[in-house]
Design a binder for this molecule. Structure first.
Ligand code: GDP
Ligand code: IMO
Ligand code: MG
Length: 432
């Protein structure tokens, strides 16, 4: 028996939240290890919808402990607002059920302002960020000027660090012609929120270590997806953290041996929100069909997601780079009713065939997908709860994807509802 890391294998929004919620009935601890409230995870439980951004998707279950790890950038106001919203839905959130790493960096109001100002400088080529301040907050972490959760205990330290930080940022904002942000303003806001946050602060690496010693099962929850990874994704059209499973260790304070199975959440087609290369994007009626049937609107920003065919090349690459053991294939039901389905099995660039996604943004922008066409199915797979309920063509599609990406389908999801999930292999039991 082992621990499981869940990561996205495409450009995010693969259905990680639903799968983490489903798997968390088998886990004792659920820990987020990167990203911030740029994430948007939708859970549907007996018809009731929960929208989560920073809170681990295990929070809705009684029993499992939720941890926001040190690799996450925490906006304290967004966290408190989310806790309130989820409490209103009847979920109990106490310091016994939710812990925030003392060494997690904070997102401050200035980071959102910088995120917007930097997007403005990109003119007609913006990244299309969520404007949540994620990039600037990670920049501050690496530049060693971030305020961290533990600093909230010491107002003097907070003010000193803020003054240094704002010297840097206000020079930048001024240069960009954006309004400056006052130290006093942020300081007062922090003083107002610290008493709400501090009760949740914990030495989470020790809590994780204790859990491991007691043989408890840990579920590591990733946000975003491998193609948005700052090292391995479609740079610079990426977010500012690593999604690869290796990050689950650093981002929560355990060694890499704590991860026994990596489940790559994978949509049966592809979506992307924001700008950047997307070789299999469909700007025709099929793209529209996928968007409408799949309700492809962002959970965080409400933006329309771009839709396209399944890209087996990109997912195969994500499997290698992310360390994925098996995948959970989601939203297969969205393909119901299509006569033909295409799968990208290679790219063409300057008359040459490529079997991988190259790193250069120039090359990425010029790729033409090479498709294989497979037969669709007219029957409904929506809500199927057993393999035997699936039409033969759908089974064939799943098997073919396994072959192309070189990894097994461990789980299959057939609707947004928690229990419309088919388990092929229990990842907690199958790990190395
Ligand atoms: P995440 O960011 O990876 O957690 O994914 P999101 O929650 O942003 O987006 C996935 C969307 O698809 C959500 O609205 C889910 O409720 C929904 N969803 C998840 N799995 C399935 C599925 O198998 N079928 C359908 N139709 N919808 C699904
Ligand atoms: P979940 O966890 C999809 C995208 C943004 C933008 C880029 C950078 O729900 O899968 P950022 O605000 O992070 O600096 O934006 O990354 N992005 C996501 N796309 N799902 C997400 O999270 C995303 N989080 C960020 O749209 O293109
Ligand atoms: Mg999402």
């Amino acid at each position: 028996m082992g621990n499981v890391a869940v990561i996205g294998s495409q450009w995010g929004d693969e259905g990680k939240g639903k799968i983490v919620d489903w798997l968390s009935s088998r886990a004792d601890v659920v820990v987020r290890f990167q990203g911030g409230h740029n994430a948007g995870h939708t859970l549907v439980i007996d018809g009731v919808t929960y929208k989560l951004h920073l809170l681990p998707s295990g929070i809705v279950r009684d029993g499992a402990l939720s941890i926001i790890g040190n690799g996450v950038v925490v906006d304290p106001w967004a966290l408190m607002a989310e806790i309130e919203a989820i409490r209103k839905q009847g979920v109990e959130i106490t310091p016994e059920r939710l812990m925030v790493a003392e060494n997690a960096p904070l997102i401050l109001p200035v980071h959102g302002a910088l995120d917007e100002a930097m997007e403005m400088t990109r003119g007609n080529k913006p990244i299309g960020t969520t404007k949540r301040g994620i990039g600037p907050a990670y920049e501050d972490k690496v530049a060693r000027r971030a305020l961290r959760v533990c600093d909230l205990e010491y107002p003097d330290v907070m003010r000193r660090k803020l003054e240094r930080m704002m010297l840097h940022h206000n020079a930048l904002l001024k240069g960009l012609g954006a309004p400056e942000v006052s130290v006093d303003e942020i300081y007062d806001q922090l003083m107002a929120v610290r008493d709400d946050i501090l009760p949740f602060m914990a030495v989470t690496w020790q809590v994780m270590d204790q859990a491991r010693q007691e043989g408890k099962k840990i579920l590591f929850e990733g946000a975003q997806g491998m193609m948005l990874d700052v090292d391995h994704g479609t740079y610079p059209y990426v977010t500012s953290s690593n999604m690869a499973a290796a990050q689950a260790a650093t981002g929560s304070g355990v060694g890499p041996d704590a991860i026994n199975f990596v489940l790559g959440i994978t949509k049966a087609y592809t979506t992307r929100v924001g700008s950047g290369p997307f070789p299999t994007e469909l700007e025709d009626e099929v793209g529209q069909f996928l968007g409408e049937k799949g309700h492809e609107f962002g959970t965080t920003t409400g933006r329309k997601r771009r839709c396209g065919w399944f890209d087996a090349v990109a997912v195969r690459q994500a499997i290698k780079l992310g360390g994925i053991t098996g995948i959970a294939l989601t939203k297969i039901d969205v393909l119901d009713g299509l006569k033909e389905i295409k799968i990208c099995v290679g790219y063409e660039l300057d008359g040459q065939r490529l079997d991988y996604l190259p790193a250069s943004q120039v090359k990425q922008a010029d790729l033409t997908p090479v498709y294989e066409t497979v037969e669709g199915w007219s029957e409904s797979t929506c809500g199927a709860r057993s393999w035997a309920d699936l039409p033969a063509a759908a089974v064939k599609y799943v098997r073919h994807i396994e072959e192309l990406i070189g990894a097994p389908v461990t789980l299959l999801s057939t609707s947004p509802e928690r229990d419309d999930t088919i388990l092929m292999q229990d990842p907690f039991m199958a790990g190395r």
